[in-house]
Ligand binder design. Structure first.
Ligand code: NDP
Ligand code: 2IT
Length: 445
């Protein structure tokens, strides 16, 4: 495989798609040796077929606000690869959404879903719709208008969307209602559904819980755990919330959360009611974390900064892509951080990863660490197919085991001669091999 040549071709075909090109380069560089050891992959053109999505649907979404004004947003569904199962991946509503971001997320999803060991292909979708400040009825009308087009290309055995940034239980409800009406079926076409109509227990917590289970496995390789450790978390959304709960359960102390406005440092620890307050803050659609300090005055708000300057043992970036750069990584190293586990998708820049790895800080990528979210979506699909519900304990136990298995796969493919585990390499190789072999079995498509 000639990584530079492939990248040059892709840059020419998709100029300016920075996030997509970043995600592809990382995977290609990790899998190159394994790819070259298996000439059957090149003979079947696996890489050229894998780096381009199967198809992209672009949708115009017109909707009417509460004052009668007409708005038009763009929405997309990127169906990347379905070699090992139906397309599967979340929907993101955020003003920054563009094709580069959705293609990076869809590409990452292929390997993440493969790592879960469940039969799910890779996809992603979303819109530049900004939920900030919108009323319930405006969000409903937007979701309904989006689904009027989206329903044609999704289905419980075809493509199963879920939530991501800006898409939680409320949005999934509105999307599901419209799908059900159009398709005249009540099925497992979306995950993250409400508990009364096909949802799974533990799905809301699953990404954060899974991330902490994974980080716990990382710590175990060094003979330690979360007890008494200081943890910096970024974001204040679904993933940050689940991670904060589980860190507290395992005896760690969460001292930061963050939003686009800056970060909150709470030296007393973010636990109990303070974690519930995160949900309120998020549901307020206000896009800011500062109000936390009005509610809990011992905490300090640091405007326009990221939490990585706060001294911690463990860092869990749970907000968005490229939110932990070189300088942040250097600050973490300087302050003695031993473990960085990505709850978000690609939150660490390539330069940031380099700093952490060079300094032998344990570092694991989102496609492994946050796979518990989509894994529990897969468990929701299983329950829908059986028309049965598992208890919270059953789901949590399956989730926990899946995270332990993903960690083992990363160690198997990522352990280096000096014993340091390169989790990036391990996750990419383990995720890739299963998909590539499935593609070989199924012929040139
Ligand atoms: P939420 O919408 O619940 O929360 C996202 C959080 O990130 C919010 O706090 C949001 O603030 C913040 N955020 C968004 N953009 C920025 C920015 N530019 N700077 C700082 N903060 C920002 O989303 P999730 O918690 O679901 O998603 C968080 C991350 O986890 C994403 O990378 C997502 O792809 C990933 N993920 C999510 C999974 C899930 O099941 N939900 C599964 C696996 C990964 P605001 O929106 O106000 O800007
Ligand atoms: O990035 C992700 O893995 C998600 N947003 C969850 C996707 C899913 O289908 O549950």
């Amino acid at each position: 495989m000639e990584v530079e040549k492939i990248m040059t071709d892709l840059e020419r075909k998709h100029p300016g798609e920075v996030e997509y090109l970043q995600a592809v380069r990382e995977v290609l560089e990790s899998i190159e040796p394994v790819y070259n050891e298996n000439p059957q992959f090149e003979a079947a053109g696996i890489i050229n077929r894998l780096v381009e999505p199967d198809r992209i649907l672009t949708i115009k979404v017109p909707w009417v606000d509460d004052h009668g004004k007409v708005h038009v947003n763009l929405a997309y569904r990127v169906q990347f690869n379905n070699a090992i199962g139906p397309y599967k991946g979340g929907l993101r509503f955020h003003p920054s959404v563009n094709l580069s971001i959705l293609k990076f997320l869809g590409f990452e999803q292929i390997f993440k879903n493969s790592l879960t060991s469940l039969p799910m292909g890779g996809a992603k979708g979303g819109s530049d719709f900004d939920p900030k400040g919108k009323s319930n009825t405006e969000v409903m009308r937007f979701c309904q208008s989006f689904m009027l087009e989206l329903w044609r290309i999704i289905g419980p055995e075809t493509d199963v969307p879920a939530g991501d940034i800006g898409v939680g239980g409320r949005e999934i409800g509105f999307l599901y209602g419209m799908y059900k009406k159009l398709a005249r079926e009540h099925s497992g076409v979306l995950t993250g559904k409400g508990l009364n109509w096909g949802g799974s227990l533990v799905r809301p917590e699953a990404t954060g819980f899974g991330a902490v289970y994974f980080a716990h496995e990382m710590l175990k390789t060094k003979g330690t755990d979360f007890k008494g450790k200081t943890v910096c978390i970024s974001g204040f959304g679904n993933v940050a919330w689940g991670a904060a709960i589980k860190v507290n359960e395992l005896g760690g102390k969460v001292v930061t959360i963050s939003g686009p406005d800056g970060y909150v440092h709470d030296p007393d620890g973010i636990s109990g009611d303070k974690i519930n307050y995160m949900l309120e803050l998020r549901a307020s659609n206000q896009d800011i974390v500062k109000p936390y300090t009005y509610e809990f005055p011992n905490a300090q708000f640091v405007q326009g900064k990221r939490p990585w300057e706060v001294k911690c043992d463990i860092a869990l970036p749970c907000a968005t892509q490229n939110e932990l750069g070189k300088e942040d990584a250097l600050a973490l190293v300087k302050n003695g951080c031993i473990c960085v586990a990505e709850g978000a998708n690609m939150p660490t820049t390539p330069e940031g990863i380099e700093v952490l790895q060079e300094n032998k800080v344990m570092f694991a990528p989102g496609k492994a660490v946050n796979a518990g979210g989509v894994a529990t979506s897969g468990l929701e699909m299983s329950q829908n197919s059986m028309k049965l519900n598992w208890t919270a304990e059953e789901v949590d136990q399956k989730l926990h085991q899946i995270m332990i298995n993903i960690h083992s796969a990363c160690v198997k493919h990522g352990k280096e001669a000096d014993g340091y585990v390169n989790y990036v390499k391990g996750a990419n190789i383990a995720g890739f091999l299963k998909v590539a072999n499935a593609m070989l079995d199924q012929g040139v498509l």
